[in-house]
Design a protein around this ligand. Structure first.
Ligand SMILES: Cc1ncc(COP(=O)(O)O)c(C=O)c1O
Length: 335
């Protein structure tokens, strides 16, 4: 019996067509600036997000860390939602790499409320750490894969500008939000000075993210990427996968969203408590989700318990309808 791997949308293997695109990708030396596939990927990414320029990074973590480093000075404070990836899962990078503190602001399903956010802004007095950057995560992973209303993105961007804060969008799953909302990526990115999106999540590439923003910012981002050891040589093979993902794997995210909904409905019918999904994540609640995860794995269903009482299921390119049905059947058997 094959494994249904719902741990994350990062577990996908490249499709045969993506592997072929990688094989065919022309490459150079990206550290010397002459890898044609990377140059093309960066230009396409800048265009799709409506920014002036882009830089290819090995991971979303590095892209976020570079953005934080570029927009801040040591001693600054950065506002994030309380469940934000850089706050929980980037290994203390903001403190180590940029010398900044992160200030978590409690949102609703991972979505920041502008007024609550502005109440956390500090500055002016010499004894406080000045707030200089707002990082927004869309879709919000720990919030359940929730999608920001466009108006809230606009309000956050406008309010940040009025308070002289820089703005960065962690769009690790930007395109899930794009497909769910029907807005273009450029429109959703417009309120933010910089944005990163991951090629290696729902888009199905084996690695890589792109950080986009103004030209001078990207120039500095390239220096920080080099400093962190993130400049790669024949990176065009990976960029080839990324270009294929942008061309062929965006619209199909709607299938992942449909399957997440089917999972949710099946689990609810089976008597499990779950949060209604907005994109490709279903968070299921129970008394002992570590044991549930173990019992699921015995049935070849993999999922990650994010706490003792919550378990996350993520649909992606390598989960089909049969996998969804098997998962529902496994949960039914455990009830
Ligand atoms: C919202 C968010 N931002 C950033 C990242 C980091 O991406 P990477 O795993 O490529 O470092 C992740 C990874 O899951 C994420 O969910």
């Amino acid at each position: 019996m094959s494994v249904v791997d719902l741990r994350s949308d990062t577990v996908t293997r490249p499709t045969p067509a993506m592997l072929e695109a990688m094989l065919q990708a022309p490459v150079g030396d990206d550290v010397l600036g002459d890898d044609p596939s990377v140059i093309a990927l960066e230009a396409e990414s800048a265009q799709i997000t409506g920014k002036a320029d882009g830089v290819f990074t090995p991971s979303g973590t590095m892209a976020n860390q570079i953005a934080i480093r570029c927009w801040t000075r040591p001693g600054d404070e950065v506002l994030v939602e309380a469940g934000a990836h850089p706050f929980h899962y980037e290994s203390g990078g903001p403190a180590a790499i940029s010398g900044v503190t992160l200030r978590p602001v409690e949102g609703e399903r991972g979505i920041l409320d502008p007024e609550t956010t502005w109440a956390a802004v500090k500055g002016g007095d010499p004894w406080v750490a000045p707030t200089t950057l707002l990082c927004v995560e869309d879709t919000a992973n720990a919030g359940g894969g929730s999608v920001y209303p466009l108006q809230t993105l606009d309000d956050l961007g406008e309010g940040a500008r009025a308070r002289n804060l820089h703005t960065h969008l962690d769009g690790a799953r930007l395109f899930n939000g794009v497909v769910a909302s029907g807005d273009t990526a450029a429109r959703r990115c417009r309120p933010f000075e910089s944005v990163t999106f991951c090629l290696s999540k729902g888009l199905g590439a084996p690695a890589g993210s792109v950080l986009c923003g103004p030209e001078s910012f990207i120039q500095e981002a390239r220096r920080i990427r080099k400093m962190l050891g993130g400049a790669m040589r024949q990176a065009g093979y990976l960029a080839g996968a990324g270009r294929h993902a942008l061309a062929h794997h965006i619209e199909r995210l709607a299938e992942d969203h449909r399957r997440a909904r089917a999972l949710y409905e099946g689990l609810r019918t089976a008597g499990w408590a779950a949060d209604s999904p907005e994109t490709n994540m279903v968070y299921v609640s129970g008394t002992d989700m570590h044991t549930t995860a173990k019992q699921l794995s015995e049935r070849q269903i993999l999922a990650i318990p994010v706490s003792a009482t919550r378990l996350r299921l993520v649909t992606h390119l390598d989960v089909d309808d049969e996998g969804v049905d098997r998962t529902i059947a496994a949960f039914e058997a455990l009830r």
